[in-house]
Design a protein around this ligand. Structure first.
Ligand code: DGT
Ligand code: CA
Ligand code: CA
Ligand code: ZN
Length: 591
C-alpha cells in the first residue's frame, strides 16, 4: 500500500468513527480530504516533512486535517483517532461492509448491544436482539441478516481495479531485475476477472534464489507469507501476491498452466491426451511411445522427477496452443465456455482491441457531481485521442440526493453551455443526459427534453433491492423507451458492496436488440456492469455494447481498459461496440 493510500484510509476511518459518534459535517470534510490525498500525485510523506502548511496546500485539506497528517508521519499514530478507536472498539470496516449498515448503525448497535464484529452482529440478528433496539425494526434486522453472507464473501476477494495497479507495480519491479528473462501476470488477474483471490506472477530465470530474495525485499510488500525454492508469496495492499520462477524453456507452458482457469486447463489437457500428448506446467510432451509401465506420474515426470517423453512445445504459450491445433486463446476467454472448441475450429471471435474506443458515451461534469468543467473533460478526451466526447450529467430523479441532478430547465441551459464549450476545444461534444430509471422502468425526465438531446443514457439508481421479476420488467421497459440509447450500469451492482438487481438477462438483451438500445459496460472498476456473462448474452442476442467510464474526472477516463477487458470476457468484437464506431457511425445508431 502506498503511504498516500495508507493515510487516506486512516482519514476515511476517522470520518466513519466521527459519524458513528453522531458528529455532523466533519465526516464529510474528512472524506473529501481523503479522496484528494488518495489522488495526490507525489508522496504526501514528503509534504508532511515540510510541515502542516505544505500539506494544507492539497485541495480540500484544511489546517486541522493537515496537522493530523503530519502527526501521523511523525509519531506513527493520530492521537484523536486512537481515542475514537478505544471509545468505539468495533471493527467498523467489517461491519459497514454489510449493506444497510452505516457508521451510525455501528455506533448505535455498539452502545445498545456491544456489537464489535460480524459474528456478533449475526448472532444478535439471529437472536432477534436488533429489532428491540430503538430506531431498528424487524425488517432492518432481516435485511442485516440477509446481507451478512455477501459482506463476508466480499472481504475475501479484491476488486480487479484495486489489484491490477499492485500487479503492475510488481511486474515493473521484477522486470527491472537483471536476472529476470521474462515476467508476466497469470491467474485470474490475467483473465481480467472482476474480483481477484490472489495475484499470480511468473518469471523465467536461471537464478531462482536471488529473485526470491529480491521479491521478498520489494518495497511495496508489507509482509512475506512464504519463501521457498523457485517460489515465494508476499502480502501487498492487503492482497496475497504469489511468484513462481521457472526455466526459460518452460515459461510458455507454465504461463498457460498458471493462467487457468482450472476448467479451461482441464479441457485443453484432455485435448492433449486425445493426441497422445501430455500437457503440464513444464511443457507439452509426446508420450505416445511410453507405455504404462514407465509410470509417468500426473505431472509428466516419473518417480525420480525426470521428465518423460519428447518435448513438443513449452517455451511460448502460443506454441503450446498451436501444437494442439488450436488458435491461441485470449486469456479473457479461458473459462471453459466454448473457447476450446472455438479455438480448435478456428472460430475464435476477433475480440475488441484495448485501443478500439473512439469516444466515451457516459461522462460527468461539475454541472452534476463531477469535479471538472465541460471544457476540461472534453480536452482530456481529446488528449486521449478520442474522436468525440459525450457529456451525460445526472438528471434529477429517484436515487439522486443532495440536489445533484439537472431538471429540464437546467438541461436546456447546459445545451447552450455545451455548444459554447465545443467552440474552444478540438473535439466534437455531444450533449446527453444520464436519466434515472424509476422502480417501474419510467424515466424521470420529460420526453420533449429527452428528444432534444443527442444521446440518452438511462440508469437505475434506486430500488436496487427489488425482486427479479420487477427488475426484469423495469429494465425491459427502459430498454424499449423510444428516447433511450444506452442502458447504463444495468444491475446497479457495486462489487463487494451490493449485489444490485438480478434480472432475467435474456429478456433484457432481447428487448435491447429489438429496440436498438445499447447495453453499457460501465468501466468503473467498482461496477463492471454489465459483466462478462451479461455481455455474452447481449452479443449473442445481436444487441450493441457501449463501453463507458462514467468518468467524474479526467483521470477516470483511464478506466476504459477495465471496460474493454470486461467486454472481451463477454466475447464482444469491435463491431459489437457502439463507441468503437466513427462519429458518423455513432450518429446513425442514434437516429
Ligand atoms: P483467484 O486467485 O481465486 O482469483 O483465481 P485463480 O484462477 O488465479 O486461481 P489460483 O490463484 O488458485 O491459481 C492460478 C491458476 O493456476 C489457476 O487458474 C489454475 C492454475 N492452478 C493452480 N493450482 C492448480 C491445480 O492444483 N490444478 C490445476 N489444474 N490448476 C492449478
Ligand atoms: Ca490468483
Ligand atoms: Ca495463487
Ligand atoms: Zn453516470
Amino acid at each position: 500500500m502506498s503511504r498516500n493510500d495508507e493515510i487516506a484510509g486512516l482519514l476515511e476511518e476517522f470520518a466513519d468513527r466521527l459519524e458513528a459518534t453522531g458528529v455532523e459535517y466533519k465526516p464529510t470534510a474528512y472524506r473529501r480530504a481523503a479522496e484528494n490525498v488518495r489522488e495526490h500525485t507525489g508522496p504526501i510523506e514528503n509534504l508532511a516533512g515540510e510541515g502542516e502548511d505544505a500539506v494544507a496546500e492539497i485541495d480540500r485539506v484544511g489546517d486541522a486535517i493537515a496537522s493530523k497528517v503530519v502527526e501521523y508521519f511523525e509519531t506513527g499514530e493520530i492521537e484523536e483517532l486512537e481515542a475514537l478507536r478505544s471509545e468505539l472498539p468495533a471493527d467498523i470496516g467489517a461491519l459497514t461492509a454489510v449493506e444497510g449498515v452505516g457508521p451510525k448503525t455501528v455506533g448505535s448497535l455498539y452502545e445498545a448491544l456491544g456489537i464489535t464484529t460480524l459474528d456478533e452482529l449475526e448472532a444478535a440478528a439471529e437472536a432477534g436482539e436488533i429489532q428491540e433496539v430503538s430506531g431498528f425494526g424487524a425488517t432492518t434486522e432481516e435485511n442485516i441478516l440477509d446481507n451478512i453472507p455477501f459482506a463476508r464473501e466480499a472481504r475475501k476477494r479484491t476488486r480487479l481495479g484495486d489489484a491490477r495497479p499492485v500487479a503492475d507495480a510488481a511486474l515493473s519491479y521484477l522486470d527491472d531485475l537483471d536476472a529476470v528473462a521474462s515476467v508476466e501476470v497469470c491467474g485470474s488477474i490475467r483473465r481480467w476477472k472482476d474480483t481477484i483471490g490472489d495475484i499470480d506472477l511468473l518469471v523465467a530465470s536461471d537464478a531462482r534464489d536471488p529473485i526470491v530474495e529480491a521479491f521478498t525485499d520489494w518495497p511495496e510488500a508489507d509482509a512475506t507469507i512464504e519463501a521457498g525454492t523457485g517460489k515465494a508469496s508476499v502480502r501487498a495492499s492487503g492482497t496475497r501476491v504469489d511468484l513462481r520462477i521457472v526455466d526459460d524453456e518452460e515459461f510458455g507452458a507454465a504461463l498457460q498452466y498458471f493462467t487457468g482457469s482450472r476448467a479451461h486447463n482441464v479441457a485443453v489437457r484432455n485435448r492433449a491426451i486425445d493426441r497422445g500428448l501430455k500437457l503440464n506446467e513444464y511443457g507439452l510432451f509426446d508420450v505416445s511411445d511410453i507405455d504404462d509401465s514407465d509410470a509417468a506420474g500426473d505431472d509428466g515426470a516419473d518417480a525420480d522427477g525426470q521428465r518423460v517423453g519428447e518435448r513438443v512445445a513449452g517455451a511460448t504459450e502460443d506454441g503450446v496452443y498451436e501444437a494442439l491445433d488450436m488458435e491461441p486463446v485470449p486469456p479473457e476467454l479461458r473459462e471453459d465456455n466454448g473457447e476450446v472448441e472455438a479455438a480448435a475450429g478456428g472460430r475464435l471471435p476477433l475480440l475488441v482491441e484495448p485501443t478500439a474506443l473512439r469516444g466515451d458515451l457516459h461522462t460527468h461534469t461539475d454541472w452534476s457531481d463531477g469535479g471538472f468543467s465541460i471544457v476540461e473533460m472534453a480536452r482530456a478526451a481529446a488528449e486521449r485521442g478520442y474522436d468525440y466526447h459525450v457529456v451525460t450529467d445526472h438528471a434529477t430523479g429517484p436515487g439522486m440526493v443532495g440536489g445533484v441532478g439537472l431538471d429540464e430547465d437546467a438541461i436546456e441551459s447546459q445545451a447552450a453551455a455545451v455548444a459554447e464549450a465545443a467552440e474552444s476545444v478540438d473535439i466534437p461534444i455531444l450533449h446527453g443526459i444520464e436519466a434515472n430509471v424509476d422502480a417501474d422502468g419510467d424515466l424521470s425526465t420529460a420526453d420533449e427534453t429527452l428528444a432534444a438531446l443527442d444521446l440518452v443514457v438511462a440508469s437505475p439508481h434506486s430500488a436496487l433491492g427489488q425482486d427479479a421479476e420487477a427488475a426484469t420488467e423495469r429494465l425491459v421497459r427502459a430498454a424499449k423507451h423510444p428516447h433511450v440509447d444506452v442502458l447504463g450500469h444495468p444491475t446497479g451492482r457495486l462489487i463487494n458492496e451490493r449485489p444490485g438487481l438480478e434480472p432475467d438477462v435474456e429478456a433484457i438483451v432481447t428487448a435491447a436488440a429489438d429496440a436498438d438500445t445499447a447495453i453499457e459496460v460501465n468501466a468503473n472498476p467498482a461496477r463492471l456492469d454489465a459483466d462478462g456473462e451479461f455481455v455474452r448474452a447481449a452479443v449473442e442476442a445481436g444487441a450493441t455494447i457501449a463501453v463507458n467510464t462514467d468518468a467524474h474526472s479526467p483521470r477516470e477516463l483511464d478506466n476504459a481498459t477495465y471496460g474493454i477487458r470486461t467486454a472481451r470476457r463477454g466475447w464482444a468484437e469491435t463491431t459489437d461496440v457502439l463507441n468503437a464506431r466513427s462519429l458518423n457511425g455513432l450518429r446513425s445508431f442514434l437516429l
